[in-house]
Design a protein around this ligand. Structure first.
Ligand SMILES: [Zn+2]
Length: 387
C-alpha cells in the first residue's frame, strides 16, 4: 500500500471507527490495541506500559437557586453530587483565607476565576498560590465548588483535576447576578469517576545501545475525533514502521505512543519519564509529532537542547524538501519531556496550528478532512531519512 493510503487508513480507523479516545476509556484501549497490532504486523517488537487512571463520564447537571434554574456543567474529571446549601462567593485569595466555607457551596469568581488552577499532581509548573487555593477549598468543609467560566457562553473550567476531592461545577458569567452570597441552592452534578487502566505503546526496531526515539500521543480530549491532535502523529509513526522491514540503521529506533497528553495528570508521560528517561544517555535524540499535516500549511520543526551539529544537519536536510520550515520553540507538549531530561528533541507540528487551538482542536471539528495525507507521507520519509 502506498504511504498516503496507509496513512488515510490509520486516520479512518482512529478518528472514525474508534472515535474520541480519552485516556481511561474503552475507545482508548481499542486505539492502543489497534496501534500495537499494526506495529507487530510490520515486524516490530512491542511493549505496553500500563498505568492506573480513571474512566470519567458526565451527563450534565442542574442548579436551582431561589426557584430559578441556572445552567451548570460538571467540571472535567469532577465527582458527581447532590447537595443543598448556602452559596458563598469568593473573589480573591485573601477572602478565601477568611471565608467560612463549611456546609456551603463555594462560588469562585473575579480574581479566583481568571486563570485555570494547575492539577495537584502536576509537578513541572505549579504555583504556590494555586496549591493554597486548592488546599483551602479541600480543607474548609465546603459541600461543592462552582467556578465561573473563563468565557461567556462556553463552559471553560478553572479546575480540571481528577484528584480534586470536592465536586466541581462550571457556571456561565452571564448568570452570576443570580448567584449571590447567602442564596440557598440545590446542586446536582451527574458525573462519575471509575478506576481504569491505560497504556503507552512502545515499539522497537533494530538493536544497539543508542536509540533515536519517535513519539506521538494516541489519546484525545473527550469530545473530539482528534485528527490533527493527534491521529496524524500516530499515523506517521505507523507509516514509518511499515517501511522498516529489511532495512538497517546506525541506531535502534524506538516508537512511543504516549497516552495522556490530553488527560489532566499526563499519566503515560509520567510513566515513561520514570522508566525510560531516567537514562538520557541511551538517546541520540527524539522527534515528537503533534498537530502535523494541516492542509495548506507547512510542516514545521523546532529544536530543544539540540547540539549545533544535529540541528544544522536536520536544517540542511529539510531545506532540500518542499513544505518544511523551522519555527520558534514552544514550551508545551510531549517534546518537553525529552528536553527536560537532557535528551535533544525536535518538535514537529504545522504552521498555524496554534490559531486552531480554541475553535478546532479538542472539538468535534478536528476531522480527517483537515489533514493532508500526502504531506504526512513526506514527513514519514523525512523522519526516516533524518536517522
Ligand atoms: Zn496534541
Amino acid at each position: 500500500m502506498d504511504q498516503k493510503n496507509e496513512i488515510q487508513r490509520h486516520l479512518q480507523a482512529l478518528c472514525e471507527e474508534i472515535g474520541p479516545r480519552p485516556t481511561g476509556s474503552q475507545a482508548n484501549r481499542d486505539a492502543v490495541s489497534y496501534a500495537r497490532r499494526q506495529f507487530e504486523a510490520y515486524g516490530l517488537t512491542t511493549q505496553l506500559q500500563e498505568f492506573d487512571c480513571m474512566d470519567w463520564s458526565r451527563n450534565g447537571g442542574t442548579l436551582k437557586a431561589e426557584g430559578k434554574e441556572i445552567p451548570v456543567m460538571p467540571a472535567p474529571y469532577s465527582k458527581g453530587c447532590g447537595v443543598q446549601g448556602e452559596i458563598i462567593r469568593v473573589g480573591s485569595l485573601e477572602e478565601l483565607r477568611k471565608a467560612p466555607l463549611s456546609g456551603k457551596i463555594v462560588l469562585l469568581c473575579d480574581g479566583l476565576a481568571s486563570e485555570p488552577l494547575m492539577p495537584k499532581s502536576f509537578v513541572f509548573w505549579n504555583p504556590d498560590e494555586h496549591k493554597e487555593i486548592i488546599s483551602l477549598l479541600e480543607n474548609g468543609g465546603a459541600l461543592a465548588v462552582l467556578t465561573v467560566s473563563l468565557s461567556a457562553g462556553q463552559y471553560l473550567p478553572i479546575i480540571e483535576d481528577g484528584d480534586f476531592e470536592l465536586p466541581c461545577g462550571i457556571v456561565l458569567p452571564e448568570n452570576l447576578p443570580l448567584l449571590d452570597s447567602g442564596i440557598r441552592a440545590v446542586l446536582k452534578l451527574d458525573a462519575e469517576r471509575k478506576a481504569a487502566k491505560g497504556a503507552n505503546v512502545i515499539a522497537s526496531y533494530g538493536s544497539g545501545a543508542h536509540k533515536v526515539c519517535f513519539s506521538a500521543h494516541i489519546d484525545t480530549g473527550s469530545m473530539t475525533p482528534g485528527a490533527l491532535d493527534n491521529s496524524s502523529g500516530t499515523a506517521v509513526l505507523l507509516a514509518m514502521a511499515s517501511q522498516l522491514q529489511g532495512k538497517t540503521y546506525p541506531y535502534r529506533l524506538e516508537f512511543v505512543l504516549f497516552n495522556g497528553e490530553d488527560y489532566y495528570s499526563t499519566p503515560g508521560e509520567m510513566a515513561y519519564l520514570a522508566s525510560h528517561l531516567s537514562r538520557p544517555e541511551d538517546y541520540v535524540c527524539a522527534f515528537n509529532v503533534d498537530g502535523a499535516g494541516l492542509k495548506g500549511k507547512d510542516i514545521t520543526y523546532s529544536f530543544y537542547e539540540c547540539p549545533e551539529k544535529l540541528s544544522s544537519s536536520i536544517r540542511s536536510f529539510a531545506s532540500r524538501l518542499e513544505g518544511f520550515s523551522e519555527t520558534e520553540p514552544w514550551p508545551q507538549g510531549d517534546h518537553t519531556l525529552f528536553s527536560f531530561s537532557g535528551v535533544p528533541a525536535v518538535a514537529i507540528t504545522s504552521s498555524g496550528i496554534f490559531e486552531l487551538t480554541e475553535k478546532v482542536l479538542h472539538t468535534e471539528k478536528d476531522i480527517p478532512a483537515l489533514v493532508d495525507t500526502k504531506k504526512l507521507g513526506d514527513l514519514a520519509a523525512f523522519l526516516l531519512g533524518a536517522v
